[in-house]
Design a protein around this ligand. Structure first.
Ligand code: ZN
Length: 500
């Protein structure tokens, strides 16, 4: 049995190494690559993905997994978890024809390049053909995977294992029932918040330096990671000892760089703190995208947009920007970074309206893969939904349907995990506050170690061993994702800020 397990591990290690090499190419594509490199890069990635799929979906791995199924390892052991998660990944990989894997890889890489230009030109027509192909490939993939209730389940399952569209609808229904009236109440009854202090001339290098300091303070290990700049901030890792994040800096808007850094920093802390016993295996990484997002949203919002955090950092920030902020009080600044505003861009959205942007994408994605909506009609459908949910019509497609990278890289079924993660962040945080009640006082002293240690122990170290639902139960005792802790947090925080 020992021999078979070692053979399995060494085959999976090959796949892991090829995928890590693909990740380096993907990182480079977004951070450094000139546009002329797009065609060759798409071929390189297609070749690596084909190779990884060939090794992984091979009969030999299936036979090893069958032999090891009865090995009797304890459910929580690294061995049983590896076999269990490998089985899940393997069953999915086996369902995909190799030609489809290659076609998807090539198309999704090219799609990104086409979208980048279409977005810059605010011209959906440039993107329409490749997006039509991307939707079609996703439909083919979902059909290959198979599903019981609806086609979207097959896509969602890739990012949030075992999550069903119906379950997402339950959680989103609860969110919508509270958030829509709350946005109204803030607009009609709230004391207006002035955020002009954030829209001054903020030196780019000073923004970068402040962000790097915060990143170090929250526990990001610069010996095992680095930050760069890219058009669209993201996190990727080539190993738990080499975790990459990116940010973007706008001179005239303070929020973008720092909260982007905190967001990606939250993802990176998760990746850096998986147990070293899982390094190089397919268990290195996050449990699901929702659980991953629970970390990024927690560090970005629950910590980074909290009053105690700024009680510690505000004087330091003023030192970086004396001309801009010396006459602005911490109270004014705190209210400004939490200003609620119906706006066009998801990643810039405040905590209250953010989920409305996700509902829009979730509904449109389902309509596309169920073929109720044609790609040609997508911009109009986007604008109509935007009007329905946020009361706004984008003036151009760059501020509308072209704003996010996800669809261009073939990712359909991913967006709901942002809201699920947001909800999870508070479900976990509520438990954390029960365990460490003086946590906000620690933040106000600039101490973030207890926060990180708790998450390392409860979530990070396990890597992919458990599903999101298993983690929720282990960490909080609840048997499913619950929206209420998040809604209670939002109601309290924003009724204070808006004074109603
Ligand atoms: Zn994220």
């Amino acid at each position: 049995m020992e021999d078979k397990l070692n053979t399995l591990k060494s085959k999976l290690k090959q796949v892991h190494d090829i995928n890590a090499a693909s990740a380096v190419l993907g990182w480079d594509q977004q951070v450094n690559m000139p546009p002329g490199g797009a065609a060759a890069r798409a071929e390189q990635l297609a070749t690596l993905n084909k190779l990884a799929h060939e090794i992984f979906a091979d009969d030999a791995i299936g036979l090893l997994l069958e032999d090891l199924a009865g090995a009797g390892f304890d459910y929580d052991s690294d061995e049983a978890s590896l076999i269990r998660v490998a089985r899940r990944d393997y069953d999915l990989a086996r369902k995909l024809p190799p030609e489809l894997v290659v076609d998807m890889s090539r198309t999704f890489s090219l799609g990104q390049q086409i979208w980048t230009k279409a977005r810059a030109d605010k011209d959906f027509a440039q993107f329409e053909n490749v997006l039509t192909k991307i939707i079609d490939l996703n439909i083919q993939k979902a059909e290959a995977y198979g599903y019981e209730d609806c086609i979207y389940d097959a896509l969602l399952n890739e990012y949030e294992p075992d999550m069903k569209t119906a379950e997402v609808n339950r959680v989103f229904g609860e969110l919508r029932a509270t958030l829509a009236p709350l946005v109204q109440a803030i607009a009609s009854a709230g004391e207006p918040v002035d955020d002009s202090c954030l829209k001054q001339d903020f030196d780019e290098q000073a923004q970068w330096d402040f962000g790097m300091q915060v990143l170090k303070d929250i526990g990001f290990d610069l010996e095992r990671g680095r930050q760069d700049k890219s058009v669209h901030p993201f996190t990727t890792s080539f190993s738990m000892n080499d975790v990459r994040i990116t940010t973007r800096i706008y001179k005239d808007m303070f929020n973008t760089a720092l909260f982007g850094t905190l967001h990606e920093g939250g993802h990176a802390l998760y990746e850096q703190n998986v147990s070293s016993t899982l390094e190089g295996t397919l268990l290195a990484g996050g449990a699901s995208l929702g659980v991953h997002e629970s970390q990024s949203r927690l560090w970005e919002n629950v910590l980074g947009r909290s009053r105690p955090f700024w009680d510690f950092y505000y004087a330091r920030l003023q030192d970086h920007f004396p001309a801009q902020l010396s006459s602005v009080s911490v109270d004014t600044f705190y209210r400004a970074i939490n200003r609620v505003e119906r706006s066009f861009i998801r990643v810039e959205a405040d905590e209250v309206t953010y989920n409305l942007h996700i509902f829009l994408r979730f509904e449109l994605e389902q309509a596309l893969v169920e073929q109720r909506l044609k790609v040609r009609d997508l911009p109009a459908a986007w604008n109509a939904k935007m009007e329905e949910l946020l009361g706004l019509t984008p003036p151009d497609n760059a501020l509308g349907v072209l704003q996010d990278i996800h669809w261009s890289i073939g990712v359909i079924g991913y967006f709901p995990t942002y809201s699920l993660g947001t909800v999870l962040s508070l479900q976990f945080y509520q438990q954390l506050l029960d365990d460490v009640p003086d946590l906000p006082e620690q933040f106000a002293r600039g101490e973030f170690g207890a926060l990180l240690d708790w998450f390392k122990e409860k979530i990070h170290r396990h890597g992919r061993k458990y599903t999101a639902n298993e983690l929720v139960e282990r960490v909080t005792g609840a048997t499913r994702i619950e929206a209420e802790p998040y809604l209670a947090y939002i109601r309290q925080k924003f009724s204070e800020i808006y004074r109603f």
